[in-house]
Structures are given as C-alpha cells and as structure tokens.
Design a protein around this ligand. Structure first.
Ligand code: FES
Ligand SMILES: [Fe+2]
Length: 427
C-alpha cells in the first residue's frame, strides 16, 4: 500500500510536480506518425502530462508540437490553416512556425516589438519508428533519440496502436508489470488469440497459478521475473522488462511477435495506452498484421478518437454467458479490454492506501519505489534518472526454461539485452 501523500506524489504529472519533472526528462510518445501523413496535412490535438498541445507537419515535412492555444487571444490553433511552413490562427491570422516563432502578425508593422515579445510554447517532435516522440523538459537536458528495439527495426517488422484509457497512468502500467494476472484474467484468451496461441509457455502459465516473483534492478529500470513450474523439476521463467518511467516489454511466447506497452499520462485521470508488436528478425506476416488491425493480441478496435468501442458506457460488452462457459475468464473479450475494464473499475486514481499487497505484487512495489526515488533524487539533488540515456533502452524481455539451481539474472543475461540479428529467447 501507499500512504495517501505517496499516492499523490507518484500519480500527479502536471508541470511543477516532482513526477511531472521526472516524466519531462524522457522522450514521450506523442502521436503515431500516420496521424500526420503528409506535409501541410490537418493538425492533431494531443494532450500530454496535462498540457493541451497541437502537432503539425509543415510544408517542408518538419514536425512541430506547440501550445494548442494562440498567444493572441487564446483560441485553439486546431482551427488554424497549416500553410506555407507555419500554422496560421483562424481568428486574426497570426502565424507560427514549428519552433513556436511568430512568423506574421498581419495587423502589426514588420518591425513590431510583438515579433520578439511573443512566442508560442513549442517542444521538439521527432520520428523514430512509427511514432512521433516529444521531449517536454529543460532543453539543456534533452537526451539522444529513443533506442527501444521495436522502434529501430524496419517498419515492416513492427506494428503500433494506441487507445485512450480512462485512468491514471500508474494503475494501467502496474497491470503491465503484474504477470501474475495472466494465468487468471487472460487464461482462456492466451489459447484462443491468434497472436498468443499454441505455445509451450501458455501451458506452463495456465498449469501453475502460483508464480514466484524475483525482481532485479537493471540500469534503466527492472527485470520482473515470474517463475512457474515446468516439467522435470525445471522452472519456466517469464521475464518482463520495465524501463522507466512508462515502458514495458512482455515476455514473448513461442514464435509470435514480441509485444509491450507504454503508458503516457494525458492528464492525471487519463492516459494513452500504447501497444506495439514487433519481430527482431523478420517482417510481420500478413495474417499477423491483419489480426493486429482487427484488435487482436494486445491491440483493440478504436474509433477515430482512439476510444475503444467496448468501454465503460456499455460495460465493455460484458458477456456473462462467455464468463460462465469459460470462453473468456471475465466475460470481456480481448486482452486490451480485459485489462482496461478492471483498471478503469478502480476509479480514475486508485486509492492505494486501501490495498493489501502480497508477494506476487513485488514488481509493482519496486516500480513505485523506483519512480518515487528517481523523482526525489532529480528534484532534490538534480540527479539524472535511470532510463534517460538511449543506450539503456536496448534490453529485452525473455521467456526461458532453466534448471532449478540457475539464477535467472545470470543464466539469461545474454538474452536480456538486444542482440542484433538474433531473435528473442522465447518458449
Ligand atoms: S486569437 Fe489567434 S490571431 Fe487572434
Ligand atoms: Fe493483462
């Protein structure tokens, strides 16, 4: 559990809060590259860490992420005209470039002091893989671009989707590092979903509902390992990677693509759940991409505002018959909404002072501790947080079977880092 003040500390990411300062030291996924498909295309509203912003792509292909609101009289620049290398406000025609510099104030003479005095807030926006990333922190601390493996493989080896989640980022992320729920909530779906089915790892997951957790620090966050019984006295290990402050890699299953999430605060009560799949050594097959497009695996069918069709207003299309028959464990279809239905049911920001944590929650406990410790060290001592440096992103999740006397951290150490040209270790 967390005391109420600790819960406040770790869940609030607005400007000026300790956790907000921490998040602002990392590149954050802002929007999918496909949302700005061509030069001078319509701009896209996006709220991140409580800040309303507008992404646009200018006539030369430069990306910009600026304050959504015009510094003249604060109307939304979303209504503006994206033309001739800038976004022009629809109200009185003020125009800004991707860096937020004022290009034109039509009512003013060319030498008006307002050209120097006024600036539109702007953050860098860069394309790495299929995602446009932004950095909202102090410019002098801006790190090199992200090096997560899913974003550095060729585009035909990866797939990315996102959905709006009606909860604080932390309870969503805690679901991603809690692999003890998989053998319960997802137990039927791991067998029926085309992107998970028919692996030995599934058999181990379902057969042993009492995983033993070992959590080990790594330079950018944690390795969170769940140990289950395999045959012959051996152990099946599922090792999840958590990279601070928001990124997780799920341990792979058989020859399926590897997947994971990042959870990015929209504001304190909502977050973007990003989901990615990739294969380190081969293009995704047509069938795999079709399944992902269809909302299978960890993805989900969404409308054009990225809200899921199954949502709390329709009880996530709960099917009690399917719950009773065991076709799904909870009655909700699909990994994404199975997770989101329960995480959103906790309320916007769950009251962690009411929890009763057990040993299988060790990964959750350690991730909270690391987040709070990093925010404290940053804000009180100016210490750079773990996971900021891009080379520390080059770690992998893994699933392996090991002899009972082998420590996972030692025995699996070679497969827990990115090995170019070699596939993930997967069972
Ligand atoms: S409010 Fe934007 S130009 Fe006047
Ligand atoms: Fe889940």
């Amino acid at each position: 559990m967390l005391r109420k003040e600790q819960n406040e500390y770790v869940t609030r990411t607005g400007a000026g809060t300790p956790m907000g300062k921490l998040f602002r030291r990392y590149w954050l996924p802002a929007i999918m590259a496909e949302e700005l498909p061509e030069n001078d295309c319509p701009p896209v509203r996006v709220k991140l860490l409580g800040e309303p912003l507008l992404a646009f792509r200018d006539s030369k292909g430069n990306y910009g992420l600026v304050d959504e609101f015009c510094p003249h009289r604060r109307v939304s620049l979303w209504f503006g005209r994206n033309e001739e290398c800038g976004i022009r406000c629809a109200y009185h025609g003020w125009k800004f470039d991707v860096t937020g510099k004022v290009m034109e104030i039509p009512s003013e003479p060319d030498d008006s002091p307002f050209y120097k005095r006024v600036k539109l807030k702007a953050y860098p926006l860069i394309k790495v893989g299929r995602v446009l990333w932004t950095y909202m922190g102090p410019p002098e601390h801006q790190p090199g671009p992200p090096e997560f493996e899913f974003a550095t493989v060729p585009d035909n080896q990866s797939f990315v989707s996102k959905r709006w989640q009606d909860s604080n980022y932390l309870q969503a992320m805690e679901g991603g590092i809690d692999s003890s729920h998989v053998g319960w909530l997802h137990k039927a779906t791991i067998e029926s979903d085309p992107l998970f089915t028919k692996t030995k790892g599934n058999d181990y997951t379902v057969a042993d509902p009492k995983p033993v957790f070992e959590v080990v620090e790594q330079p950018s966050g944690l390795y969170i390992a769940a140990r289950r019984n395999a045959e012959g006295g051996k152990y099946y290990w599922r090792i999840t990677t958590w990279i601070m402050p928001y990124y997780t890699q799920i341990p792979p299953r058989g020859g399926h693509p590897v997947h994971g999430h990042f959870w990015v605060p929209i504001d304190d009560e909502n977050c973007w759940t990003w989901s990615y799949d990739y294969h380190p050594t081969r293009p995704l097959s047509e069938n795999e991409v079709a399944a992902m497009d269809n909302g299978e695996g960890i993805h989900c069918k969404v409308d054009n505002t990225f809200h899921s069709y199954a949502n709390k207003d329709n009880d996530y299309l709960m099917d009690r018959g399917s719950q009773k028959s065991g076709k799904t464990y909870s009655g909700v279809e699909g990994f994404a909404m199975q997770d989101a239905s329960l995480q959103e049911s906790m309320g916007k920001i769950v009251d962690r002072s009411l929890e009763n944590l057990v040993p299988t929650d060790m990964g959750v406990v350690m991730a909270r501790r690391q987040l709070m410790a990093a925010a404290k060290a940053l804000t009180e001592e100016g210490k750079e947080p773990p996971g900021v440096q891009p080379h520390t992103h080059r770690v992998r999740s893994a699933s392996v079977v090991l002899a009972p006397d082998q420590a996972f951290k030692e025995a699996a150490k070679d497969v827990l880092v990115v090995r170019p040209g070699l596939a993930h270790a997967s069972v």
